[in-house]
Design a protein around this ligand. Structure first.
Ligand code: C2O
Ligand code: CU
Length: 467
């Protein structure tokens, strides 16, 4: 599906849908110090004010959910209150977390039934840009709005709060009237191809919001791709500045923002430092489709008292993989439309065409579609794992490791430039082989899956265990 504003703008009056703000999620702090996140149904307009409301599922009544901010080393304490009609759980994407708090329904906890609560309580060991999202039937729960930002600040934040902006981007599929298209959730067409692609892009739940920047001051702009399946391609040239962190982890050295399109797979984050000059408005543009369009604008306020500085981020302390003693493993991705399916199994049985239709399972990791009973590998804590990921399919995938960040060792086609940063999600182009390495140092059961949520639901999911 083509991503475009134009289809929906036709006849809508050119500026009618600029800057609509959705109902903001409210921050709720209980007496016992827990942040309360209430997952429940909520009617929201994501298209335009005169358009229909969409049946979303949100945290605290707004999309995205409230921004949770702590400092490095502090505890995150969240009480999930489930007011949905189905079970749910929350995953803290990118956090090197205590396994019991990882929020994966069916692996690290039971999904929380309707009407019940669950308390998450964990230390956030690394500063950076993270996000939280539902992790039960994510393809639908995240697709309907259950996500929000989790920001872990440095002990001494290098940027004042006014100069620290979070932009969480989401790609929605709206129907002809402009409401979220509910009917097409679970479409096997999406599951077997590129995933659920939308036709409407929001930033912090709004269409084309405006942000204030102060001329001459350094701002941190945190981008998060919360789309189900859309690989965003952002033109950052207007904003300029430097790329300072990816997936929460600081780069060894700040890099100029890429001059071409900057790719962000689902689940990935990128932090920029932007120092705007006085003058015209700036725009963040999405250029993945045939008709590039602005997704956010930045109004430049005259220089105030805030001085420009180019803060550098203090690195987080992550264990460095030791390639000389690494355990080598291969993860072969197959299946999907136009893909190799021969020999694949699901639940221990051959995956016939018929079973594919029945179960919706049609992607495999090492020949197995869906969560295997036994882990892909078990390892003792402290071992370096060198994982070769071979994409033998006709589509790109965004592979995500829970509980661990990895270094990119090699990429045969380099869909994205390796910046040397630790990542938690990597885009692997069709036909590409990448090698990543990490120290498996966090005991527990960890998911390894494609973050195109339909691909994960359709089988591209496995797990490993650290003893
Ligand atoms: Cu953000 Cu299992 O994922
Ligand atoms: Cu995928």
């Amino acid at each position: 599906m083509r991503i475009s504003r134009r289809d929906f703008l036709a006849g809508a009056g050119s500026s009618a849908c600029l800057g609509i703000l959705p109902a903001a999620a409210t921050m709720a702090l209980a007496d016992d110090g827990f942040v309360e996140l209430t997952a429940g149904p909520s009617l929201q307009k994501i298209y335009k004010e005169s358009g229909p409301a969409s049946s979303l599922w949100t945290y605290n009544g707004g999309v995205p959910g409230p921004e949770i901010r702590v400092k490095r080393g502090e505890r995150v304490k969240v009480r999930l209150i489930n007011q949905l009609e189905e079970p749910t759980s929350i995953h803290w994407h990118g956090v090197r977390i205590d396994n019991a708090m990882d929020g994966v329904s069916g692996l690290t906890q039971d999904a929380v039934p309707p009407g019940e609560t669950f308390e998450y309580d964990f230390v956030a060991p690394d500063a950076g840009t993270y996000w939280y999202h539902a992790h039960n039937k994510s393809w639908q729960q995240v697709g309907r709005g259950l996500y929000g930002p989790l920001i872990v600040e440095e002990e001494e934040p290098a940027f004042g709060l006014d100069q620290d902006l979070t932009l969480i981007l989401d790609d929605w599929r709206l129907d002809r009237e402009g409401a979220l298209d509910l009917e097409s959730f679970g479409s096997l067409m999406d599951w077997s191809h590129a995933g659920r692609l939308g036709n409407w892009l929001t930033v912090n739940g709004a269409s084309l919001p405006r942000f204030d920047l102060v001329a001459g001051a350094a701002h941190r702009v945190r981008l998060i791709n919360a789309s189900n399946a859309r690989v965003l391609e952002q033109d950052l040239s207007d904003l300029g500045g430097k790329l300072i962190a990816l997936d929460g982890q600081p780069l060894k050295e700040a890099m100029d923002v890429p001059s071409g399109g900057f790719l962000m797979g689902p689940g990935q984050r990128a932090d920029l430092v932007v120092v705007p000059a006085e003058g015209r408005e700036l725009a963040l543009r999405e250029i993945s489709g045939a008709d590039p369009f602005d997704v956010a604008r930045f109004v430049i306020l005259p220089e105030g008292t805030v001085r420009a500085s180019h803060p550098t981020l203090m690195a987080n302390v992550l264990p460095e993989p030791d390639l000389t003693s690494a355990r080598k493993l291969v993860l072969d991705m197959t299946g999907g439309a136009m893909g190799q399916m021969a020999g694949m199994t699901h639940g221990g049985e051959p995956l016939t065409r018929e079973r594919m239709r029945e179960t919706g399972q049609l992607w495999g990791l090492n020949g197995v579609a869906g969560m295997p009973e036994v882990p892909f590998f078990r390892t003792s804590s402290g071992e370096t794992v060198l994982l070769e990921i071979v994409n033998d399919t006709a589509f790109p995938h965004a592979m995500h490791t829970h509980g661990h960040h990895f270094r990119i060792v090699e990429q045969s086609r380099a869909m994205v430039e390796d910046t040397g940063a630790f990542r938690d999600t990597i885009l692997v182009a069709a036909g590409e082989t990448v090698r990543i390495a990490f120290v498996a140092d966090n005991p527990g059961k960890w998911l390894l899956h494609c973050h195109m949520l339909e691909h994960a639901a359709a089988g591209m999911m496995t797990w490993f265990e650290v003893l």
